[in-house]
Design a protein around this ligand. Structure first.
Ligand SMILES: [Zn+2]
Length: 274
């Protein structure tokens, strides 16, 4: 599932779309996440609009236009947003095609957990997903004092806390395990027991794992590719995620896998304090 580094990698490789004029709109008519269909009529009203910027908040991409509206895209589990030549054969599971100055921006999503919407800029808060997001994990330094105060209130596990998009936007299942290993914190630790030094370590670790993944073009475990179709190389650099039974890079203890809130979680039982 694409997380902040993968979505940011897509954003950067979508740079050639900026300045392009939307010349046509096609949608499959099928529902995506929560059976929501890409809004065909609102998208068609954007024909003639120019794309002025591609932004990101958490795992959401925002394609600003020179109208009052922006296109919102979430890649879900298997979503791909790529620029193609018109002549390229259309892949199965293509759900949206925007004509763009002789090229096409195509949204392909086999499992249909993605989102493709239109929002009025400045009214992002009314969007069911965008509206919930806390500060982006990469855009600004994490406010450790605010994070600690929220942690005291939440009374959940540290893993669930890091995954909560309203606390910090952009971290998903892979980088939650990675950041908690880096910060030497056990995923099952209750948030009200988080200390100030541990919160500082966690904030720094989140930033570090995201920047490290970005340097490697994101993590590709199965589907992820950037807007040029290139897979990321960060899977080779993960410390704990998907490495059960392999030695911890810090203390050589075998990495453990457990399931927390239905999601696979990886940690070192020795150097991540319970
Ligand atoms: Zn260890």
């Amino acid at each position: 599932m694409p997380e902040l580094p993968e979505v940011e990698t897509v954003r950067r490789t979508l740079a050639p779309a900026v300045g392009g004029r939307i010349s046509s709109v096609w949608t499959s008519g099928l529902g995506l996440h929560m059976a929501r269909k890409p809004p065909r009529a609102r998208l068609r009203r954007l024909v003639g609009a120019r794309i002025t910027a591609v932004r990101r908040h958490g795992k959401y991409l925002l394609l600003d236009t020179d109208r009052t509206e922006s296109i919102v895209v979430h890649l879900g589990m298997t979503g791909r947003l790529r620029i193609h030549r018109k002549a390229d054969p259309r892949a199965p599971h293509t759900h949206v095609v925007l004509g763009l100055d002789g090229r096409e921006l195509r949204f392909v999503d086999a499992r249909r957990f993605g989102q493709f919407d239109v929002v009025v800029r400045g009214q992002e808060r009314v969007h069911p997903g965008l509206g919930l997001l806390g500060p982006d994990a990469l855009d600004q330094a994490i406010d450790v004092a605010a994070m600690l105060a929220t942690a005291k209130d939440k009374r959940t596990t540290l893993k669930a806390f890091v995954l909560d998009q309203s606390v910090i936007a952009g971290v998903g299942n892979i980088y939650a395990s990675e950041a908690l290993w880096r910060a030497r914190l056990r995923p099952t630790l209750r948030t009200h027991r988080l200390t100030a030094p541990a919160a500082r370590r966690l904030a720094a670790a989140i930033r570090e794992v995201i920047e490290r993944a970005l340097d490697h073009g994101g993590t590709t475990l199965s589907d992820f590719v950037d807007a040029d179709g290139t897979a990321g190389e960060n899977a080779d650099y993960l410390w704990v995620y998907d490495r059960a039974g392999q030695p911890c890079e810090r203390c050589r203890t075998a990495i453990k896998r457990s399931v927390l809130q239905g999601r696979a979680t990886y940690y070192c039982p020795t150097c991540q304090t319970p």
